[in-house]
Design a protein around this ligand. Structure first.
Ligand code: AMP
Length: 411
């Protein structure tokens, strides 16, 4: 038996998992403050949801899906992204009117694995459904920015573009196709293959992009409505102090985007994967899935990449406030009750699962990175314990009732 996880997946242990947990808590609190309620759906969906939703001609659908047949002969796919599933769920719920939803969980894409590009990766995201208002776009863009800000990213660029809608995009796509045909000799095989079916995807190709810096810009082809929508978003972003850079060739890889497309770039991070999140508006998605027209806008943040870019290992996060050290074995049962009281009082506390020497218990406390210890010895009979700061080794004798407060202050 081989104990390594499947290629492109990770076992995430402490202390790294502590950084994950902290990041996800920050995300959840942020989404809640902005009014997004949690939605939880299946991790696999009928293959149609993604084939139709994400788009047949996209790289995700053509090459990256984990598709399988279940015992009932249904074609199912592990979700490669969250938006198509959330929109499917929204349509299924029959809810009318605006809805603000947040999700988080693992996504699956058969990719060539490397740092920041995994086959199982974790996304957190929001979807603002059933509104076409530009304020919704701006709010969604702001959330991703604030998330990175709260995580302490020193420099984040929001790359922003508008790729128009069904009314104005065809003219742009046609202009792009003509341009790309003139550049055929510079394009890679893959781009040549998608040039006719999905010329926008060629702009997304890392190999070809450097040759296409003078390509037509979608913003030059926007109809009046798309142009004013885009202008309003920029105005709102200016108003709330979210900086952005207009990126005329940003199209993003999924087919469902209309109008707004954006990406968060962790600048200064030199690994290949510095795009830590992105999103856009997808006004045609619900109809593509066979539902009524429901506009929406959303984003997805890639947590694996965010932690990689932030260099967060979790080693600096103390997992325990207090280790209960039982110096008098006959007090072990009392100590267990005391431990339970501390935990209920909000202290992150623990003790060894069996009685050991005091030295061995302190070793366990250090291994668990506790910041303090409470030593249960003879003083217990006068309702007092010795507490020790495990960083400074300073000890004091305090009453049992004071321990919870002491432990919290000692964090
Ligand atoms: P997308 O769903 O392709 O728009 O991607 C949104 C974000 O998810 C990206 O900016 C990445 O941070 C993250 N992401 C996408 N694919 C992967 C992957 N294979 N491995 C790790 N993170 C990913």
């Amino acid at each position: 038996m081989n104990f390594t996880p499947p290629k492109g997946t990770d076992d995430i242990f402490p202390p790294t998992s502590r950084a994950w947990r902290r990041t996800l808590i920050i995300w959840e609190n942020l989404a809640e403050r902005y009014g997004y309620d949690l939605v939880m759906g299946p991790i696999f969906e009928s293959t149609d949801v993604f084939a139709r939703g994400v788009g047949e001609s996209t790289e995700v659908v053509q090459k990256q899906m984990y598709t399988f047949e279940d015992k009932g002969g249904r074609s199912l796919t592990l979700r490669p992204e969250g938006t198509a599933s959330v929109v499917r769920a929204f349509l299924g719920s029959g809810v009318q009117g605006e809805m603000k939803l947040a999700y988080s969980g693992p996504m699956f894409r058969y990719e060539r694995p490397q740092a920041g590009r995994r086959r199982q990766f974790y996304q957190t995201g929001v979807e603002y459904l059933a509104t076409a208002a530009p304020d919704a776009d701006a709010e969604v863009i702001e959330i991703g920015y604030r998330f990175l800000e709260e995580l302490g990213f020193p420099a984040v660029e929001v790359a922003l573009n508008s790729i128009g809608d069904a009314a104005c995009r065809p003219a742009y796509v046609e202009a792009l196709r003509i341009y790309l045909n003139e550049k055929r000799e510079l394009l890679c095989d893959e781009s040549l293959a998608t040039l006719e079916t999905n010329p926008l995807r060629v702009l997304d190709c890392k190999v070809c992009a450097p040759h296409l810096i003078d390509s037509p810009k979608a913003v030059d082809y926007l109809c009046g409505e798309c142009a004013s929508h885009f202008a309003s978003i920029r105005e709102r972003l200016d108003g709330v102090g979210v900086p952005y850079r207009l990126e005329p060739r940003l199209v993003r890889g999924l087919d469902y985007y209309t109008r707004t497309a954006f990406e968060y770039i962790a600048t200064g991070f030199d690994a290949a994967q510095n795009a830590v999140g992105g999103g856009g508006r997808y006004d045609g998605l619900a109809e593509t899935l066979g539902g009524p027209a429901v506009p929406g806008v959303g984003l997805a943040m890639g947590i694996d990449r965010i932690l990689l870019a932030a260099g967060q290992t979790g080693a600096d996060i103390a997992p325990l406030d207090l280790f209960v050290v039982v110096a008098s074995p006959e007090l072990r049962e009392r100590a267990a009750g005391f431990l339970s009281d501390l935990r209920r009082a909000g202290v992150r506390a623990d003790m060894t699962p069996d009685q050991r020497s005091v030295k061995a218990q302190f070793r366990a406390a250090n291994r668990r990175k506790a910041t303090g210890a409470a030593i249960i010895g003879d003083e217990w009979n006068s309702s007092r314990v010795v507490v020790r700061n495990l960083t400074t080794s300073i000890q004091e004798l305090i009453s049992v009732e004071e321990v919870a407060e002491w432990a919290k202050n000692n964090r």
